[in-house]
Design a protein around this ligand. Structure first.
Ligand SMILES: [Zn+2]
Length: 239
């Protein structure tokens, strides 16, 4: 991917991410004003969902802040944020059911979920370090142009492989997140946690949250293509 193509791609992803964020924010705020038809709290929904899928040993705790909702497999806890914990809004129910969906994925040893968990610790470091290794390889190629060895190219390739771990993480994350939302939606419908006329809204809110992972994947993909171009071909050729 040439520099110009990369710039265009980066701008498109940036604009797309702004739209996705704005859409998510408006959906979450709108859903926060809607009281769920069942009147149940997010905590009750988590408990019911876990029980329905025979998941035991998980506790629900309040994690102060916004967007702090998460499932921690290590601690066996589902953390719910200020706008979710103990709340009965459609947003709170959807978010809580989504997090419970992750606990169910874990309990069922869903392959993609396991892969995601395996990659998670390395992905953050890989995405930061990989590009620097590629640049180091390019610099070495530039200084060793007369050398017959391809050490710069080899280092560049190592950097790309390192970054690839981060790309794989985002690639796996998207279907895992969509699956957690699908599980949430299915149970929301089956157990009637929200009213029938709130269901389609809950689904669009969950989709809006899932879109953020599509943006992350696209962003990671163009970075990977750009790194391949920066490394160039053998013998220090660059575009
Ligand atoms: Zn999730």
């Amino acid at each position: 991917m040439g520099y110009f193509a990369y710039l265009i791609g980066a701008v498109i992803v940036f604009v797309w991410s702004m739209i996705v964020q704005a859409n998510l924010k408006s959906k979450m705020q709108k859903g926060a004003q809607m009281r769920a038809g069942s009147g149940k709290t997010a905590n009750q929904v988590v408990e019911e969902m876990l029980r329905a899928h025979d998941v035991t040993g998980i506790t629900v705790e309040h994690k102060p802040g916004n967007l702090t909702d998460c499932y921690s497999p290590k601690e066996g806890k589902i953390y719910l944020s200020d706008t979710t914990y103990g709340q009965s809004s459609v947003t709170a129910i959807a978010v809580a059911a989504h997090e419970a969906g992750h606990a169910v994925q874990d309990h069922e040893n869903m392959l993609l979920y396991e892969v995601r968990q395996f990659l998670a610790p390395a992905a953050g470091i890989a995405s930061r370090v990989g590009p620097y290794i590629v640049i180091a390889g390019v610099l070495i190629s530039a200084y060793a142009q007369n050398s017959s060895s391809d050490i710069g190219y080899t280092i560049g390739t190592i950097g790309i492989l390192v970054y690839f771990v981060a790309f794989l993480f985002y690639l796996v994350m998207l279907p895992v997140e969509r699956n957690a939302s699908n599980r949430a939606f299915k149970d929301m419908k089956e157990f009637g946690w929200v009213a029938d006329d709130q269901l389609s809204f809950a689904r669009t809110a969950l989709r809006a949250a899932g879109d953020t992972y599509a943006v992350a994947l696209a962003s990671s993909a163009i970075t990977l293509l750009r790194l391949l171009a920066i490394r160039g071909g053998r013998g220090g050729r660059r575009r």
